[in-house]
Design a protein around this ligand. Structure first.
Ligand code: RTP
Ligand code: MG
Length: 132
């Protein structure tokens, strides 16, 4: 998911190009404005943490671009492609390493496990949007 700062900074094309050039398939894509309820589900694992409210406000602050990405070990490959959570520590060549500076606004989210990917897909896509 390209986060609100990525969309605002007009990085959608840049990020989509990197995913495609890597050899992953984008099988579904849409721009949406996330509501608070969905944001809380997306980041359920962080409920109660000090940064949770800030995270929910940020992710609901503007449109995001959701993508379903397919490929061999797609979850792992996407996590490598995006880089470390804190962009200041993310390696050059990664999306966060090259395009961001702030841990709070780090341009992209990616699921970190297959079960999470399935859950997150169902938050944003209906079945007929996934099988096309
Ligand atoms: P994401 O879920 O967005 O792909 O990010 P991630 O796995 O790399 O990092 P995660 O630990 O899941 O944290 C989710 C998002 O919360 C913000 N965060 N802020 N202030 C802090 O210490 C802190 N820690 C995390 C980041 O925006 C992170 O992407
Ligand atoms: Mg995460």
């Amino acid at each position: 998911m390209i986060k609100p700062d990525g969309v605002k900074r007009r990085l959608v094309g840049e990020i989509v190009a990197r995913i495609e050039r890597k050899g992953l398939n984008i099988v579904s894509m849409k721009m949406v404005k996330i509501d608070r309820n969905t944001a809380e589900k997306l980041y359920e694992e962080h409920k109660g943490k000090s940064f949770f409210n800030e995270l929910v406000s940020y992710i609901t602050s503007g449109p995001v671009v959701c993508m379903v990405i397919e490929g061999d070990e797609a979850v792992k490959v996407m996590r490598t492609l995006i880089g470390s959570t804190d962009p200041k520590e993310a390696s050059p060549g990664t999306i966060r390493g090259d395009l961001a500076m702030s841990k709070g606004e780090n341009v992209i989210h990616a699921s970190d496990a297959e079960e999470k990917a399935k859950k997150e897909m169902s938050l944003f896509f209906s079945q007929n949007e996934l099988t096309g």
